[in-house]
Write a protein that binds this ligand. Structure first.
Ligand code: DLL
Length: 440
């Protein structure tokens, strides 16, 4: 008898779950949703108050659509309950705390039980494998370790995958490059802006990462454009994949891009994803852009029902070419908070990034400077020239960039080309906007 043909299957961390039928997923979601809403209502007083004010009770949840009647959870709920007021378990059952500082006010504190840490590691391993990482990889983790969820979130995921982790954290870029080269890393985990910093420093130090074993980048934690993806792929000699998450519902590990590179699979056995109109809060149909709203289905310490992420995306529910059935969250355009309204036109920093990165002679280091001019807002795009460009050419570059921004986005922006190295380098999440506008 001939030997059975070996069919090469793409590696999946949890194949049965990742390809579960939509019906089975929905049934699982409804069971878990009813249980978590019940628990949160019973154990988290601020949530109970909100439900009572909205006139809804856990027993009103008969099908998944009934969730639309339940109140949203907001970042301000976490701030108001600072530090532990939304926890559904006693502090003694919390094994780890993380926090994000944000730009204003008190930090947002999140907590994890043993069970939560276990789920997180599993989902992170699933994301890494979905992006293309394998147990035999050597994974250099340049997400910041500490209160930020990126470093330790990826760290535990690599351990669960069974690969080798290098806990590099952010910063000390010259040393990171030595480690990447000497340990022969195959996967780099970092924010895209820090990965660009690594690429630049490697080029400056004469270390060729492109020709080595590095083959995959697992990037996320900030918005980035497809142009930036192309830049990172060619400068580092890798495939660049997008991963998404936020501390309030887990940390990294919520969604990851697969080999089909057509949106990020959001793990529906642990979350429900909706999109809503950012102004009115009404649900948007799948396929239409809106604010992403996430409900956790299994979180023990900090359950979140209908959390408003402020992130703008759209959802696609058709089964992906990779065979995974879980919803696809299309690339996040940006946060509604980061949207700039310039003379009536809505602009996200990533749109400007997309217009910039293809212009020969400029590097993708940029900042948008907002100022008040009379009664109007003015935006100046500051961008760096490549080191080899003679300053006499800067005015031509400025004119070309202004023209591209006008034709691609429809706004008139000032452009200032600066010499290479003039703008700050990212060690984690890049600061893309300097807002100098007078506050009313
Ligand atoms: O940034 C978690 C994370 C770490 C995700 C590492 C991916 C990789 P926070 O610090 O709470 O958590 O920030 C969450 O970052 O609401 C988005 O606005 C933004 N963000 C995260 N991933 C992406 C992405 C982590 N892939 C906030 N694309 C989110 C665009 C992203 N924005």
């Amino acid at each position: 008898m001939p030997a059975p043909a070996i069919i090469a299957q793409p590696y999946r961390f949890q194949p049965d779950i990742e390809t579960m039928s939509r019906d089975a997923l929905s049934a699982l979601q409804l069971d878990r949703l009813r249980a978590i809403v019940r628990r949160t209502y019973d154990l988290v007083a601020p949530y109970r108050t909100k439900c009572d004010a909205a006139g809804v009770r856990p027993e009103d949840l008969r099908n998944l659509d009934d969730l639309a009647a339940f109140p949203f959870s907001l970042k301000s709920d976490l701030r108001d309950a600072y530090p532990f007021g939304l926890f559904a378990v006693p502090r003694t059952q919390i094994l780890r705390l993380h926090a994000s500082s944000g730009t204003t006010g008190r930090p947002t504190v999140v907590g994890y039980t043993r069970g939560d840490l276990d789920t997180w590691a599993e989902l992170m391993a699933r994301c890494l494998a979905t992006g293309g990482a394998r147990p035999d990889d050597l994974i250099h983790n340049a997400y910041g370790y500490g209160l930020f969820t990126g470093g330790l979130g990826f760290h535990d995921g690599v351990a669960r995958l069974g690969a080798t982790v290098v806990p590099a954290s952010g910063g000390g870029t010259e040393r990171q490059i030595v480690l990447l080269r000497d340990f022969a890393a195959t996967v780099l985990c970092a924010t895209p802006s820090y990965a660009l910093n690594i690429a630049e420093v490697a080029e400056r130090e004469g270390v060729d990462l492109r020709g080595g074993p590095l083959r995959l980048g697992m990037f996320g934690a900030e918005p980035w454009s497809d142009g930036m993806r192309a830049e990172l792929q060619s400068r580092l000699g890798i495939v660049a994949r997008d991963t998404y998450g936020l501390s309030e519902v887990l940390g990294p590990g919520v969604a990851a891009e697969c080999e089909a590179s057509n949106g990020l699979h959001g793990w529906e056995d642990h979350f429900i994803f909706e999109t809503v109109d950012p102004d009115t809060g009404t649900r948007r149909p799948d396929g239409e852009a809106g604010e992403l709203v996430i409900t956790t289905l299994t979180k023990e310490a900090l359950p979140m029902i209908r959390y408003r992420t402020r992130d703008i995306s759209r959802l696609e529910r058709a089964t992906c070419a990779c065979g995974r059935s879980h919803v696809r969250i299309m690339r996040i355009t940006g946060r509604s908070d980061d949207m700039i309204i310039l003379r009536g036109v809505n602009v996200y920093p990533t749109q400007v990034e997309a217009a910039l990165v293809d212009v020969p002679g400029v590097s993708p280091n940029y900042q948008l400077v907002l100022e008040t001019q009379g009664t109007m807002d003015k935006m100046t795009v500051e961008v760096e020239a490549d080191p080899v460009i003679d300053p006499s050419v800067y005015p031509d570059l400025e004119a070309e960039i202004a023209h591209r921004i006008k034709s691609l986005i429809g706004i008139s922006a000032g452009v200032l080309v600066r010499e290479f190295g003039a703008l700050p380098r990212s060690l984690g999440k890049a600061i893309r906007v300097r807002d100098l506008r007078r506050k009313a």
